[in-house]
Write a protein that binds this ligand. Structure first.
Ligand SMILES: [Fe+2]
Length: 374
């Protein structure tokens, strides 16, 4: 009997290979508007260059961005009859990666089969182009609908405001660490404060402390004064349904932006473009089932949430980029009590990676965990 395969760890909970990403999951790789008809797009996901285009039905297609003939970038090619044509010698490929045309061959021949390109399952849903990046034969992709939050499947019940995708100069594992539930009251103390009184410093910063609270949505931090009295800092919702983190990289934050304002769920995917760059895909979901409610939540988004999120996002990017190298950051840290959730998430990601490599099994996302918490 063979000894079980082991993977060396680069640092605690970082098996070799994990910094490049967790394969065999659906990822939101583009927003719908970023993929026009007949205009292929080149993008790097999990360290791999991909060409993305729409076929003649508008359905997204994703293949490796390299022509199997002479290695030209396919993403600079043309879309003809729904297939992607290499700009260099004119070979064409369909969304399954099959070579459909070699311009100097009159009929289909063995050469066509020799020059197929790797394709990934792709689908459009909720304003995003999703791709299943992985080995679809070994790990058959679950239906996308079973792995996305419910609000994307129920546009009549929810409104989602998609933010512009950002690229942070940091490894994705550091970015995910950065979305813990108790940093916001310190890092975002000004940008995220709920009231003018708070913003004007009702309690001076030097006299603020943090109370750690264990909720059914994980560890949260509450800003308190020296007597332990909570400072009106908003953002704290109780009795939250669903998981704060689900694989491969989705963090959910339920937020009450201001007293009386509609609550929303912030959904945040953080995954590698490459080892040194993390894609930040985020939207806010509000429950709103009729026109009046929709107008109200749009006003909340426009007047409160959008501006604040921009500042918060900038602060998060700045913080994670300042931590620098992933392995150095992990080697020099000293984890404290409230970091328990960070450790749980790290273990979950590491276990999923190791299982795929050593046991050939893929951890799923429980669809039930993806109910909208607001
Ligand atoms: Fe943050």
């Amino acid at each position: 009997m063979n000894a079980p395969m082991t993977i060396p760890e680069l640092a605690s909970n970082i098996p070799q290979g994990l910094p490049a990403g967790l394969r065999n999951y659906w990822y939101p790789i583009l927003q719908s508007e970023e993929l026009a008809a007949e205009k292929p797009v080149g993008i790097r996901i999990l360290g791999e260059a991909l060409a993305v285009w729409r076929d003649s039905n508008g359905k997204p297609c994703v293949v490796k961005d390299r022509c199997p003939h002479r290695s030209m970038k396919l993403s600079v090619g043309r879309v003809l009859d729904g297939d992607l044509q290499c700009i260099l010698h004119g070979l064409r490929f369909d969304g399954k990666g099959t070579c459909t045309l070699i311009p100097w061959e009159k009929e289909r021949c063995a050469a066509h089969d020799r020059v197929g390109v790797t394709a990934y399952p792709a689908q459009e849903l909720g304003g995003y182009i999703w791709a299943y990046i992985g080995d679809a034969k070994k790990f058959p992709p679950p239906p996308l609908e079973s792995e996305v939050p419910e609000e994307l499947l129920k546009p009549d019940e929810f409104v989602c405001f998609r933010l512009k995708t950002q690229y942070w100069k940091a490894n994705w594992l550091l970015s995910i660490d950065g979305s813990d539930g108790f940093h916001a009251i310190t890092l975002h103390t000004v940008s995220q404060s709920a009231s003018d009184i708070d913003r004007q410093g009702g309690v001076p910063l030097k006299d603020r402390r943090v109370q750690i609270v264990h909720t059914n949505h994980g560890v949260r931090g509450v800003s308190v004064d020296l007597e332990g009295k909570p400072i009106g800092h908003g953002h704290f919702t109780t009795d939250v349904r669903g998981e704060r983190f689900v694989l491969p990289c989705l963090t959910t934050n339920p937020i009450s932006p201001a007293p009386g304002a509609a609550s929303y769920a912030s959904r945040l995917w953080q995954f590698p473009s490459d080892e040194n760059t993390t894609m930040i895909v985020r939207y806010l979901a509000f429950r709103a089932g009729n026109e009046t409610e929709r107008a109200k939540v749009k006003a909340t988004f426009d007047t409160v949430a959008a501006n604040r999120l921009e500042k918060v996002g900038d602060e998060d990017a700045w913080a994670v980029e300042a931590q620098g190298d992933l392995l150095e950051a992990r080697r020099t840290e000293n984890l404290l009590g409230p970091d328990e959730d960070v450790v749980k998430v790290r273990r979950m990601i590491a276990r999923a990676f190791v299982n795929q490599v050593t046991a050939g099994s893929r951890d799923g996302i429980s669809a039930g965990a993806l109910d909208c918490p607001v």
